[in-house]
Design a protein around this ligand. Structure first.
Ligand SMILES: NC(=O)c1ccc[n+]([C@@H]2O[C@H](COP(=O)([O-])OP(=O)(O)OC[C@H]3O[C@@H](n4cnc5c(N)ncnc54)[C@H](OP(=O)(O)O)[C@@H]3O)[C@@H](O)[C@H]2O)c1
Length: 304
């Protein structure tokens, strides 16, 4: 489905105010006609000419109306209830947004014959054997992970053309700033506060802009199926915090190592999580970049 005047395919992005949504819009704006969809009023700046709509993805009538009116060639769903402990405490909301919301989008995508690109997580795994390849058997330990796994099943079962991208520990600059591990560490260290960081949770953190570039490539190649996309460096949170301190010029002495069991988090975090990315590298031709690159790019991101 093409846009008449510019001959650009319409790409609708749900979750437009989120970290990944913002990066997607920035990455794809010159190649496609972007229709941004957010939960409330538009809160991000930049890309002022973007068409923006409000829709709560749990409102099936609204999702239906919007998708049928716009008829995009591709829908990217970056909307989710992403607070992992919040999902544990508020399971109903988690399921409604992260599963039923996705069902609402997938159902209409199928009806209007639109491809759906959906974002998932390494939290579909229990963290005993990471980093995980795409075909490893999921076994989530958190309610968030259970719901995200169910969202994958919904997308696959919807019979619409789809790609699912699993990622982990996404970081990058967003406006207004979004909660992320990098933001928490830099906020605390810049205020010279000591932080306790676990040294037994391993992942391969993902620079949000690189994830957006991966999704752009998936659209360009019209790739389908399940792909992991994550950064090159597999390390624990304590090590990641130290790299952040080093890069941003804060004292690493403020970072103290602790164990997950001492943290008392509501949701049981996977410890050896993370994702293998050979499939994305080989089939999508993507470079898998590391933390030094991502943090350096973040430091240079001054405009938005
Ligand atoms: N960030 C990570 O470390 C990470 C890791 C693995 C996977 N992922 C996945 O990546 C995707 C994007 O996450 P992100 O990091 O960009 O998270 P984010 O910054 O929290 O953005 C999520 C967006 O979804 C919106 N949203 C929530 N409920 C909604 C609803 N009912 N209707 C419409 N929009 C709703 C939120 O809007 P409001 O805030 O206005 O409600 C927010 O703008 C998600 O699928 C997430 O599961 C993220």
């Amino acid at each position: 489905m093409m846009h008449d005047s510019q001959n650009k395919m319409k790409v609708m992005v749900f979750g437009a105010n989120g970290l990944v949504g913002q990066k997607l819009i920035k990455e794809m704006n010159s190649s496609y006609e972007i229709i941004a969809v957010g939960n409330g009023v538009k809160t991000f700046n930049g890309e002022k000419e973007i068409e923006y709509h409000q829709a709560d993805i749990t409102d099936s009538a609204r999702v239906n109306e919007l998708l049928r009116k716009i008829e995009p060639g591709v829908v990217v769903n970056a909307a989710a209830y992403t607070d992992v402990d919040g999902c544990e405490a508020n399971k109903e909301k988690c399921w409604k947004v992260n599963v039923e919301g996705v069902e609402n989008i997938a159902r209409v995508a199928r009806l209007i014959n639109t491809k759906l690109i959906h974002i998932s997580t390494d939290y579909v795994f229990d963290g005993k054997n990471g980093p995980y390849p795409e075909d490893y058997q999921p076994s989530p330990t958190t309610y968030y992970g259970k719901a995200k796994l169910a969202s994958e099943t919904v997308v696959i079962g919807s019979n619409t053309r789809y790609a699912i991208i699993r990622t982990n520990v996404v970081y990058g600059k967003a406006y207004p700033a979004k909660a992320s591990f990098v933001r928490w560490v830099t906020d605390e260290l810049s205020a010279e506060r000591r932080i306790n960081v676990v040294n037994d949770q391993f992942n391969n953190p993902t620079y949000a802009n690189d994830l957006a570039a991966c999704i752009l490539r998936i659209i360009q190649l019209d790739a389908e199926g399940l792909y992991n996309y994550a950064g090159a460096d597999y390390l624990n949170r304590f090590e990641f915090a130290q790299k952040i301190a080093e890069k941003f010029g804060y004292s690493p002495n403020l970072i103290l190592p602790i164990k997950t069991k001492d943290l008392g988090q509501l949701a049981k975090r996977p410890q050896n999580g993370g994702l293998k990315t050979e499939k994305a590298r080989d089939r999508l031709g993507l470079k898998i970049l590391g933390i030094n690159h991502g943090l350096e790019m973040m430091l240079q991101e001054t405009d938005r």
